[in-house]
Write a protein that binds this ligand. Structure first.
Ligand code: FES
Length: 84
């Protein structure tokens, strides 16, 4: 999935930059160029940073016990309407 359409930067690019040490939006802008054109992607890119709702700093599934609850972030929402 593309996060930054202006610069063709995908979710994977952002996640890799963060894994390599990007700590804030400024780092992502410097390393990838994300949010350097229209800026519409800035909030979404920030959500991938540590503490953000799409951050991948959650425990791996193999470390989750049978009684633990794991929250899985939704990347998109879909409106469902009943047609009758
Ligand atoms: S969508 Fe990222 S700068 Fe426009």
């Amino acid at each position: 999935m593309y996060i930054c359409v202006c610069n063709a930067i995908s979710e994977r690019h952002v996640q890799e930059a963060i894994a390599q040490g990007a700590k804030d939006l400024g780092d992502l802008q410097a390393q990838l160029g994300v949010a350097t054109c229209c800026g519409q992607c800035a909030e979404t890119a920030t959500d991938y940073l540590p503490g953000g709702r799409y951050a991948t700093d959650a425990a791996p599934s193999s470390a989750v016990g049978p009684d633990q609850v794991v929250q899985i972030p939704l990347l998109a929402s879909t409106e469902i309407r009943r047609v009758a």
